[in-house]
Design a protein around this ligand. Structure first.
Ligand SMILES: [Zn+2]
Length: 331
């Protein structure tokens, strides 16, 4: 096995940039279109915007971009390292050194990437420590295209873990990076209320109409529709929820930072976890406040989405109205 040099690995990636044309296309053609769409949406539907919140979204986006520039170097370098590390094993046991760049490998890569995205996103909603990092994406009370760039600063520290198996089995690192970028471009379009339902398309692909469910804090909609490009993962793994007639989306989260600055949104839930850990009796409870689902409590002072949904289902079955709580859930 050739010795690994991270700098030459990074330069190697740079030298392969023609393959990463998606970034060039993004900068030259796609970004101006995205900006134009935001302006158009604002002009068309000012009531969907709260300018103070939009500026907070841009500030959160700026911080996330800085984090991305730093961590991307390490992330792609790690993909190269793992790709090279497992090369002899692939040759010996699988009979190939790389999966290459055939068109069908691109399709398999995009599907695998979206599957990784689903699980990374689902865990981000079900493990409170990860939820703390993902929260800024959900803390807006309005829902429009600018929410798409409102990404948590610390997500990039754990998200790549879900992709590490891909270079090991022989997906070219440059291809993995391209699929990741394409997926994030696709998701820009999911954050709008101006696109109607596309029933046939939604059977397979994610749309703004069904992504609204994911951004709603209604009990019926909590922790649903985690998919990136495809909706099939949610259907397959039991987290699918179509918009329900009569249940209008309540955007935002129930437990949120009082102060609107970008830093507050990014550290809020970590502070909340720390407070809960300090007051929790016993190691098991402390562990659950960090790694358990958002809303978990040792004394019933708050509830998880599963508990809330079960309670609502029981109330409905008994012909009663939705239970009211004066306490909140962490999501
Ligand atoms: Zn989410």
């Amino acid at each position: 096995m050739a010795s690994f040099n991270p700098i030459s690995a990074w330069l190697e990636m740079k030298s392969q940039l023609p393959v990463l044309q998606v970034q060039d296309i993004g900068l030259k053609y796609l970004y101006p279109v995205l900006i134009a769409l935001v302006v158009l949406e604002y002009v068309q539907a000012k009531h969907l915007y709260n300018l103070k919140e939009t500026w907070a979204s841009f500030a959160i986006a700026a911080g996330a971009t800085v984090m991305r520039v730093i961590t991307q170097v390490f992330e792609i370098t790690l993909y190269f390292f793992l790709f090279q590390l497992a090369e002899p094993l692939r040759e010996q046991y699988l009979g190939y050194s790389t999966l290459g760049f055939a068109w069908y490998i691109w399709i398999i890569c995009a599907i695998a990437d979206d599957h990784n995205f689903y699980w990374h996103h689902r865990f981000s909603h079900n493990i409170r420590l990860l939820w703390a990092a993902h929260l800024p994406h959900h803390s807006a009370k309005t829902f429009n295209l600018t929410v798409s760039v409102r990404n948590g600063w610390f997500v990039t520290l754990y998200k790549p873990l879900f992709w590490l198996w891909m270079p090991l089995v022989g997906f070219e690192p440059i291809m993995i990076a391209t699929c990741l970028i394409v997926n994030s471009f696709y998701q820009f379009f999911l954050h709008s209320q101006l696109v109607p339902s596309l029933p046939l398309y939604e059977k397979l692909f994610n749309t703004p109409f069904v992504h609204v469910v994911h951004h709603s804090s209604n009990v019926e909609y909590l922790d649903r529709n985690h998919g990136g490009i495809l909706t099939i993962w949610d259907r397959l793994y039991g987290t699918w929820q179509a918009p329900i007639k009569g249940v209008d989306a309540k955007f935002g989260i129930t437990h949120y930072p009082e102060h609107g600055n970008a830093l507050a949104h990014n550290i809020f839930e970590f502070q909340e976890i720390w407070k809960d850990v300090k007051k929790a009796p016993g190691l098991k409870n402390k562990f659950m406040y960090i790694f358990g689902p958002p809303g978990w409590s040792h004394d019933g002072s708050s509830m998880t989405s599963k508990q809330l949904q079960k309670e609502l289902a029981q109330a409905k079955a008994a012909g009663m109205g939705a239970p009211k709580h004066d306490y909140v859930r962490a999501n």
